[in-house]
Design a binder for this molecule. Structure first.
Ligand SMILES: Nc1ncnc2c1ncn2[C@@H]1O[C@H](COP(=O)(O)OP(=O)(O)O)[C@@H](O)[C@H]1O
Ligand SMILES: [Mg+2]
Length: 593
């Protein structure tokens, strides 16, 4: 049955908002097996949530009706936004948060629900296909309607108005032409780890585009580089004082929007076109989830380092060990410089390999879209597994168990091996992983998004010959301990527990059995003498794991990617691999039951 889009948007919002909050703020209590109460200010009573499905690795599904219990004991249902407002009064007092921050946060919560509602309304005819039918890379990228599954404002977009959102946000399924400029080479800071320079790559991009007239290509002056821009961001560039001056002084030429249409991928700021050899990832002056989406010089450096590291003999040995797993490289980038030679963050452009030209793109699925909640039923992963179970004439639980095993070996093992044998810490959360599901089961996987990648001391030693000797930016060369915590958040908490929660969400397979399989798998890898055992030990033995605190990061308006200490927004959560599943307490024998 089709739920009305507003209440459907609230179903999605309730799950992501409360799962984020419950992880980070602990005054809540169980009421019986299936209800949770959260304290409000004394005069405001208590808020009560009811569970549809209990998660044991950090993700529940809630019933859409929230109850407000007044101090006199009377109960009534309460709309989601009203519950968020009452909770924020309490959080403001408990955490001494300023009223202005609370108001901004509540506006983002509302904006996120409204955006989700608009998408659901717009795509009402297409939801059945999104959650049930075969898909392609672009459709999957554009199908992440719910956004980040453990976040208070997964779909808020601060800085972009609603008509622009309609055109540029991936879930509306629109496409658009790039905006082209040419720039005096002296004003461009560009680098490429590939055989082709940045200027040659942009030229190739234009020449490969069947719909791009070559008139302006012929007129590009000597000493100038062709520069593609995101069309929305191009408007921000043109408003920028330094850029306006560059144009006035003849250092930059504006050719306008031309050529084939591109589609936004799930991050909105990275775009894909089937004809192109590369995708492009741009700075976008919009605040999405935890940060203003400007690519920083320190972030884009990492793509080149990984590209070079994987060309070495050691890097090649990683690729050969896992031929069905690929890192999507980001070998080149550029940005415009201001009159003082400083990079203008708004103008960063990154080249990202495109492994998905049209003929290869069927059944390539973004993990986050596969596991996202469905306001009208089961998530896509469950629906697809039901089809598989039917075609194989096997029980759902057997198919789901095999699917999870394939997921662990095809997706998780290469990422763990990259960490424990090579020291490469890929930020492998659910939105950065693509999986080939042609057979129904994971057979190949891709990791994208080098901006969040770290190098542990193992990688710093192993790849020393190709890493910069005196790097200007080396915040991603991190200690073993910090690296283990960050890496485990992305790979285990965000991705693997996201998958166990999704697989168990229909109640047909127990999450504790999946966690048991996971633990056995990790122990087996630990027994194979990896070079660095510290991260596997942390995963298997630490009572608590550090989880990213999306809720309070957002509530206190911290910009995540300019944070000095990345663990500053993390908090401990009980390690579900060491927990008794029913009580959320540590089992004395350290076994998962
Ligand atoms: N499970 C998730 N974990 C982290 N980010 C997620 C998740 N699901 C969706 N996202 C969204 O992914 C986006 C991050 O992508 P970004 O790093 O900008 O680009 P790309 O992945 O193309 O390199 C953010 O807007 C974030 O909210
Ligand atoms: Mg990403």
């Amino acid at each position: 049955m089709q739920t009305h889009s507003r209440s459907a948007a609230e179903v999605l919002a309730i799950n992501s908002f409360f799962n984020a909050l419950l992880r980070e703020w602990h005054p809540w209590q169980w009421r019986g097996q299936n209800k949770i109460t959260l304290p409000l200010l004394e005069n405001d009573g208590v808020l009560q949530l009811e569970l549809e499905q209990k998660g044991i690795a950090g993700r529940h599904r809630f019933k859409p009706e929230l109850q407000h219990i007044s101090p006199d004991g009377s109960e009534k249902s309460i709309p989601f936004l009203e519950s968020a407002r009452l909770l924020c009064k309490k959080l403001a007092q408990d955490k001494s948060i300023h009223q202005a921050a609370i108001s901004d946060f509540l506006a983002r919560v509302e904006n996120s629900v409204t955006n989700t509602q608009q998408t659901l309304a717009e795509r009402s005819q297409n939801l059945e296909a999104l959650y049930h039918q075969d898909t392609t890379f672009q459709e999957s990228e554009q199908g992440l309607l719910a956004g980040h599954s453990v976040h208070p404002v997964p779909k808020s977009r601060t800085g972009m108005n609603s008509s622009d959102t309609h055109l540029y946000a991936p879930e509306f399924g629109q496409t658009f032409a790039l905006h082209w400029f040419a720039i005096d080479n002296r004003m461009l800071s560009d680098e490429s780890a590939e055989a082709l320079s940045f200027a040659q790559l942009t030229r190739q991009l234009a020449e490969d585009d069947p719909a791009l007239g070559v008139q302006f290509l012929e007129g590009i002056p000597e000493g100038f580089t062709l520069l593609p821009a995101h069309p929305w961001q191009a408007r921000q560039w043109l408003k920028h004082e330094s850029i306006a001056q560059l144009i006035l002084d003849g250092h930059m030429q504006d050719f306008g929007a031309h050529g084939s249409h591109w589609a936004a991928t799930s991050s909105m700021r990275a775009v894909h076109a089937y004809h192109a050899r590369h995708m492009l990832k741009f700075s976008l002056s919009v605040k999405l989830t935890n940060s203003l989406r400007h690519l920083l010089p320190k972030e884009v450096e990492r793509g080149k380092e990984i590209f070079r590291a994987l060309q070495t003999q050691q890097g090649q040995s990683f690729s050969q060990r896992f031929p069905n797993f690929q890192i999507i490289h980001e070998p080149a980038h550029a940005c415009i410089m201001d009159a003082d030679g400083q990079p203008i963050a708004e103008t960063m452009v990154v080249f990202r390999d495109n492994p998905f030209p049209k003929q290869d793109s069927a059944h390539i699925e973004l993990l986050a879209t596969l596991t996202q909640d469905n306001p009208n039923g089961d998530c896509r992963l469950i629906n697809r597994l039901h089809l598989l179970a039917m075609s194989e004439a096997r029980p759902f639980s057997a198919v789901a168990t095999d699917w999870f095993k394939a997921f662990l070996t095809k997706v998780i093992e290469p990422l763990l091996a990259a960490q424990y044998d090579y020291g490469l810490l890929f930020g492998a959360h659910q939105q950065n992983l693509l999986i080939d599901l042609t057979t129904g089961y994971p057979t190949r996987a891709w990791f994208r998004d080098c901006q969040g990648t770290g190098f542990s001391p193992v990688a710093q030693a192993l790849f020393a010959e190709v890493l910069p000797k005196n790097p200007v930016h080396n915040e991603h060369h991190i200690s073993g301990d910090i690296g283990n915590k960050l890496f485990t958040y992305y790979l285990l908490i965000n991705t693997t527990f996201g998958v166990t929660g999704a697989l168990a969400s229909s109640g047909e397979i127990a999450e504790k059995d999946l966690l048991h399989d996971l633990k056995t798998f990790l122990k087996k890898l630990r027994g194979n003498n990896p070079r660095d055992t510290s991260c596997l030990d942390y995963m298997l033995e630490s009572d608590t794991l550090q989880a990213k605190g999306n809720f309070f990061c957002c509530l206190t308006a911290i910009n995540e990617n300019t944070l000095e200490n990345p663990l500053g927004i993390y908090h401990p959560m009980g390690n579900p691999l060491l927990m008794d599943s029913s009580e959320h307490i540590k089992n004395k024998n350290g076994q998962s039951s």
